[in-house]
Design a protein around this ligand. Structure first.
Ligand SMILES: [Zn+2]
Ligand SMILES: [Zn+2]
Length: 183
């Protein structure tokens, strides 16, 4: 894990740490919205955004497919599956990481430059204590995949990009306008 490129969804212990990081990054010029590199989030390297699922459980395959189909593909981002791990823009995992304070985490593994990521990992936490329903899993995939195209946390609008609430299961028009303006 490379913390400087990580953006965890943090319901518990590390919530305050993430909130501080976001406040600092949001105070910088040009970063007043919930879109753009900063706070561990980076832009994708283009509108063609490919995924590889690495041993995903059926539950998270469904949630990942739903977020791609219902949330990302309706924007100017076009997702696909990639048979090559290293060539994929996003490699998706799920693991029981225990009570570590997040539902999922986005990490840029290979950056193109300071703001753009060529290859990212997303890991969803299968810890049973999270008690996730199917809808919450989709909110979770919507959220972490949102990080992979440059969306940051937004606790003021009805978007899956809330940093602690697994609701709703989609982006806002505001989010989509940002995505479509970039890609
Ligand atoms: Zn997040
Ligand atoms: Zn990888």
């Amino acid at each position: 894990m490379r913390p400087q490129f990580s953006a965890a969804r943090s319901p518990a212990l590390i919530a305050s740490i993430v909130a501080v990081a976001l406040l600092l990054s949001q105070a910088a010029p040009g970063l007043a919205t919930n879109f753009g590199a900063g706070g561990g989030v980076m832009f994708a390297n283009g509108a063609a955004h490919s995924f590889i699922y690495v041993g995903l459980t059926t539950n998270y395959q469904i949630a990942s497919d739903t977020a791609r189909t219902d949330d990302l593909n309706p924007t100017d981002i076009n997702t696909s599956m990639n048979a090559s791990h290293d060539a994929a823009d996003v490699a998706v995992y799920d693991e029981d990481r225990g009570d570590v304070g997040y539902y999922g985490i986005y990490t840029c593994i290979a950056a193109a430059n300071a703001t753009t990521c060529n290859h990212a990992h997303v890991v969803f936490n299968l810890w049973a204590g999270l008690g996730l329903t199917a809808a919450k899993r989709i909110s979770n995939t919507c959220h972490e995949f949102g990080h992979s195209v440059g969306l940051r946390h937004d606790n003021t609008r009805p978007t899956c990009m809330h940093d602690d609430a697994l609701f709703p299961t989609n982006y806002t028009d505001h989010d989509r306008i940002h995505i479509n303006g970039k890609y």
